[in-house]
Design a binder for this molecule. Structure first.
Ligand code: 13P
Ligand code: SF4
Length: 317
């Protein structure tokens, strides 16, 4: 897409946004040009918190499906739109509600702590939700002997178990983007850039987490990079975050960590979330113009899912 095309699409989006009384929210992983037109950008916790506060009757959520569902559950009276309904999440898909229900039933007496990267149905089966921003704090808010099921991300689960010293019963799910980071590729990059700090999202596998200088949610990694005295960073999370890192710290250097190729070698330097990249300016414009696709959540599911979401938001204050 040319710069001119982008400029006219952006103008149209801003005009339609006003006309439709809409607010545009975007996750750090969506394409840079979409982040540029957003009123609010944030990690998944911030997007849920902002959704609760905005006054506009229409929210356009540029992210993935579970983020749109969370906003709709929190704001049932608002219209929540998403630019592409195909924008799913491999982690949420790794935890089908029917199988998760069986898992929960097989382990009575456990408190169910679920990552926000889940379907509304899985949220409805949970006692409390967490994001990568608040998982440590929320898990640690339970008594030390509390029996906890943690789903669906095995990598976040093993990070939280190690940090809190708790024995969590972890669902065996993962995100295809974060699973693919190559430890070998990262260690090679570290040799080339010995001064660089390594920033790692906790959805990455344990060996990558163990060599990190900072482990945290997208917002936490961003804060670390902005405040750090270091000037070079290797970033092991979806590279969409580099847009905001470079914007907030223009004098620093951010290097995306490499994924493995399908051949097992260290491959190209990008590790995009294909779902997040479905959010294009054109689709955002079309969605504002049509007032569709709209996010809907079954009312009974929403009624059950709001409790663990709200509990998370209350515990995050
Ligand atoms: P954050 O909670 O850090 O925004 O992460 C969301 C996500 O989808 C990570 O892959
Ligand atoms: Fe889901 Fe992974 Fe994409 Fe995040 S990066 S939205 S966890 S598939």
């Amino acid at each position: 897409m040319t710069v001119d095309n982008n400029a006219s699409l952006k103008e149209e989006i801003l005009r339609l946004k006003k006309e439709k009384h809409a607010v545009i929210m975007a996750h750090y992983y969506v394409p840079a040009e979409v982040q540029e037109v957003a009123d609010h950008i944030g990690d998944s916790l911030a997007l849920a918190q902002i959704a609760q506060k905005v006054e506009e009757p229409v929210i356009v959520l540029c992210g993935v499906g579970f983020m749109g569902e969370t906003a709709k559950i929190l704001c049932p009276d608002k219209t929540v739109l998403i630019p592409d309904p195909q924008a799913g999440c491999s982690l949420a898909d790794s935890c089908p509600a029917g199988e998760f229900r069986k898992f929960v039933e097989e382990h009575p007496g456990h408190t169910v702590v679920s990552y926000v990267n889940t379907s509304a149905e899985v949220k409805a089966l949970s006692d409390v939700l967490v994001t990568s921003s608040n998982a440590l704090k929320i898990v640690d808010s339970f008594p030390a002997d509390e029996k906890i099921i943690f789903g669906p991300d095995r990598n976040l689960g093993s990070y939280i178990a190690a940090e809190t010293g708790r024995d969590l019963l972890v669902w065996d799910g993962a995100c295809h983007v974060h699973e693919r980071f190559s430890l070998e590729g990262i260690l090679n990059l570290k040799k080339e850039h010995p001064q660089a700090k390594l920033l790692v999202h906790p959805e990455c596998p344990r060996p990558v987490v163990l060599v990190a200088d900072s482990v945290g949610s997208t917002a936490a990694l961003l804060e670390f990079a902005v405040k750090s005295d270091a000037s070079e960073f290797i970033v092991a999370t979806e590279p969409g975050i580099l847009y905001e890192m470079r914007r907030r710290a223009p004098d620093k250097t951010f290097i995306p960590a490499p994924p493995e190729t399908s051949e097992g070698n260290v491959g190209c330097s990008c590790n995009d979330c294909s779902f997040m990249k479905l959010n294009t300016l054109r689709k955002l414009r079309d969605c504002l113009a049509a007032g569709a696709p709209e996010v809907t959540v079954d009312p009974d599911t929403a009624a059950a899912a709001i409790r663990p979401i709200q509990r998370m938001l209350d515990l995050s204050k």
